[in-house]
Design a protein around this ligand. Structure first.
Ligand SMILES: Cc1cc2nc3c(=O)[nH]c(=O)nc-3n(C[C@H](O)[C@H](O)[C@H](O)COP(=O)(O)OP(=O)(O)OC[C@H]3O[C@@H](n4cnc5c(N)ncnc54)[C@H](O)[C@@H]3O)c2cc1C
Length: 359
């Protein structure tokens, strides 16, 4: 716990920076989406920052680091606070450093984007697209999530069907970081060294800039497909997922009754499994043919460009957004995340459905 004197000394030293001390806002800046978990909700209920600082540049960040180091006050980083596991909740109080003011795209060139850590992912795409590029990977929270938060606390999402996770070699080319020392050092880490900060929640360095490898920007088509049988939908996804000639951005299966629970009941008849697809427009015919081959039907198509960055994109029902929509209706459920190895995922899917049917 932080003593009153420690906090007062810190506040007086940083008084010319943007500080938040109002109890309501301290509470808000100490939370993320850990309320998805009944266990974390209980464990984190009384964890709160004593002070929130929003630095505007690296010089201010260095001052915050040095002051926290000198006064032995814990420092927790925050992007947009969309993490699911209390990653930006200060377990021992102290300072939460909000990175949202470091939000500049430094440059986009030759398929690479260099951005400040607090840049929202949607804004990187907005600047990259006119140049013919786009982000390879986005969490479904891309409208809010920051570059630093995604790299330090996220995993993958839209685009992972082609590019894997954000920590896979080649997706992030380098990071600029500051060490948490009396005199913070500036580190430029490239390639494998940059991975030391991947998924490290800010505990081994504060990222100020990230360099992302980009993907060529396609004209994308969103399609909501429905299947009478879960396993046929899984087999369709396996075939489409492996079809290297089909350019893909999203492929998500929602077993019955999930579509009824996550806001897709108008488009997906009860009893049917849904598949959310985003494919490049020239790949759409192949997608439709495969869908028919596996007994599926098209419930909805829309141009991705028309709905990107809005609540109408199918992205809003994929990844952990499925859970979010279900929680809005029923706070009594919870969820498990499971990873299946690619050579046994179809077999494991059939066992999952048998197991849940037996309950
Ligand atoms: C509905 C919903 C759907 C989601 N879908 C996905 C998904 O598809 N894929 C996915 O990967 N995640 C998903 N998430 C989790 C989360 O939204 C993402 O991981 C997102 O990228 C986090 O970004 P953020 O800016 O909100 O980070 P925060 O939650 O603010 O921070 C995440 C972690 O990074 C650390 N951090 C933040 N900035 C820095 C920095 N500059 N330097 C060092 N450490 C830093 C924080 O301390 C924290 O530990 C989802 C969450 C929700 C609620």
């Amino acid at each position: 716990m932080v003593e009153k004197q420690q906090l007062a000394a810190l506040i007086s030293e940083l008084s010319d920076l943007s500080l938040i001390t109002d109890p309501g806002r301290l509470e808000r800046f100490s939370r993320d989406f850990a309320w998805f978990s009944p266990i974390l909700t209980e464990q984190l209920a009384d964890k709160r920052a004593d002070l929130v600082v929003r630095p505007n540049d690296e010089t201010e960040i260095k001052r915050v680091i040095a002051a926290c180091h000198r006064h032995r006050v814990p420092l927790t980083l925050r992007g947009s606070g969309t993490g699911n596991y209390g990653q930006c909740t200060p377990l021992e109080g102290g300072v939460v450093m909000d990175m949202s003011a470091l939000n500049q795209v430094r440059w986009i060139e030759g398929g690479v984007a260099r951005v400040q850590a607090g840049t929202r992912l949607v804004n990187i795409d907005k600047e990259a697209r006119p140049k013919g590029w786009e982000m390879r990977l986005l969490p479904s929270t891309y409208r809010l999530a920051t570059a630093g938060g995604f790299y330090c606390g996220g995993f993958g999402g839209v685009g992972s069907i082609t590019y894997g996770s954000i920590g896979d070699p080649g997706n992030v080319l380098g990071v600029r970081a500051l060490s948490l020392e009396a005199e913070p050092r500036e580190l430029e880490l490239r390639g494998r060294e940059a991975l030391d900060l991947y998924h490290a929640y800010g505990v081994n360095g504060i990222i100020t800039e990230i360099e992302f490898a980009l993907a060529p920007a396609y004209d994308w088509q969103e399609a909501l497909l429905t299947f009478p049988d879960f396993m046929e939908a899984v087999r369709f996804c396996q075939t489409l997922g492996r079809a290297s000639g089909v350019i893909k951005k999203l492929l998500t299966v929602l077993a019955d009754p999930l579509p009824q629970m996550c806001g897709l009941e108008e488009q997906v008849p009860a009893g049917r499994t849904a598949v959310l697809c985003i494919v490049a427009k020239p790949s759409f015919d192949a997608t439709r043919e495969l869908c028919e081959q596996y007994g599926g039907a098209i419930a909805l198509t829309q141009e991705h460009a028309d709905v990107y960055g809005t609540a109408h994109s199918l992205i809003e029902h994929a990844w952990n957004h499925t859970t979010l929509h279900i929680f809005k209706r029923d706070k009594g459920i919870t969820y498990l995340q499971s990873g299946f190895r690619p050579w046994e995922n179809v077999e494991k899917s059939s066992k999952c459905i048998v197991t849940s049917a037996m309950r």
